[in-house]
Design a protein around this ligand. Structure first.
Ligand SMILES: C[S@@+](CC[C@H](N)C(=O)[O-])C[C@H]1O[C@@H](n2cnc3c(N)ncnc32)[C@H](O)[C@@H]1O
Length: 297
């Protein structure tokens, strides 16, 4: 019994959650391990994380993270979602040359000094084949780990929302891709708030201006496009809008949270603006997809 308990304990991951945002990796981790520390520069992200997870992330600029701090933490697993703009369809595709990749580059410099035993990195499709992907794969192999590249979309996981993402999973033991679920998503109606917030309806002049570019869905639909961080500010190409008998409205932050698979108790600090809520959600993970990626370890 004691040996079994010891083996189980050894398999529990000791996690660093890097670029932690609202803490999607921590939800996806479930009981597979514990988060030793989370890191993010954003005050709004850290306040939301602390409210939901009861642990304050470290407000550290990761581009200047000291190697000693990393080594002292004694983590064996990295779960990370570096900024995706350098690899986005709508970004500039500058990969490692983009300033927003500085923190990722620094992590790759630190990697040889305190390599983890396992990691999962999440990003957008454009990451695959980029210079950053090549650098990460090189670091993984140079430290005797085995990488596995995965592509998955939340629409296969029973959620009526598309969020195509890539995951680079790596471990000291060879990895095999797990079967991907193929669950029929429920209708959007199941993800809507019991009471609508009238302020989410678009004023007639805004609707007239953007009507042809808007991605309109109805509650019966079982699919919708990806929400991005600019959903609160932009109309075209930022995510779906709901057509009801009363007009056209944005999805509320709590509806977006449900469509990402965040748990029912998830909430934002009262003081956080609507825009900031959408930004955090638009940067966030689809929880069941991230959990599936972790299950490869
Ligand atoms: C794609 S989001 C990660 C989302 C996260 N996985 C979640 O579940 O919400 C990237 C995060 O990295 C943070 N970030 C960007 N550059 C950073 C840096 N140089 N150092 C620390 N955090 C950074 C941003 O504030 C943002 O919250």
């Amino acid at each position: 019994m004691r040996r079994l308990w010891r083996r189980l304990r050894l398999r529990l991951m000791r996690v660093l959650e890097l670029f932690s945002g609202l803490g999607g990796w921590r939800y996806a981790l479930r009981d597979r391990g514990s988060v030793l520390a989370a890191y993010d520069v954003s005050e709004a992200a850290n306040a939301t994380y602390a409210l939901n997870h009861g642990q304050e992330p470290r407000a550290r600029e990761l581009a200047t993270w000291p190697a000693r701090e990393l080594a002292d933490l004694g983590a064996d697993t990295w779960l990370l979602s570096p900024p995706c703009q350098p690899f986005c369809r709508m970004g500039n595709h500058q990969g490692l040359s983009d300033l927003r990749s500085r923190a990722f580059r620094h992590l790759m410099d630190l990697f040889p000094q305190a390599p983890p035993d396992r990691l999962v990195l999440e990003n957008v499709g454009g990451f695959l084949g980029s210079d950053a992907h090549a650098l990460l794969s090189e670091r993984i192999r140079a430290h005797g780990m085995h990488p596995l590249d995965l592509q998955a979309c939340s629409s296969r996981f029973g959620l009526p929302n598309q969020r195509p993402r890539v995951f680079v999973v790596a471990s000291r033991r060879p990895l095999k891709a797990l079967p991907m679920p193929d669950l029929l998503p429920g209708p959007l109606a199941e993800f809507l708030d019991a009471e609508e917030d009238e302020r989410l309806y678009l004023p007639p002049e805004v609707l007239a201006r953007h009507r042809h570019g808007l991605d309109l869905v109805v509650p019966e639909d079982r699919r919708s496009t990806c929400f991005i961080g600019g959903y609160g500010r932009r109309f075209v190409g930022s995510g779906p809008f709901l057509q009801t008998e009363r007009g056209v409205r944005r999805f509320s932050p709590s509806e977006v949270a449900r469509l990402l698979g965040l748990p029912a108790g998830f909430r934002f600090p009262e003081s956080l603006s609507l825009e900031a809520r959408y930004r955090l959600l638009g940067n966030g993970l689809s929880i069941p997809v991230a959990a599936w990626a972790i299950d490869h370890l």
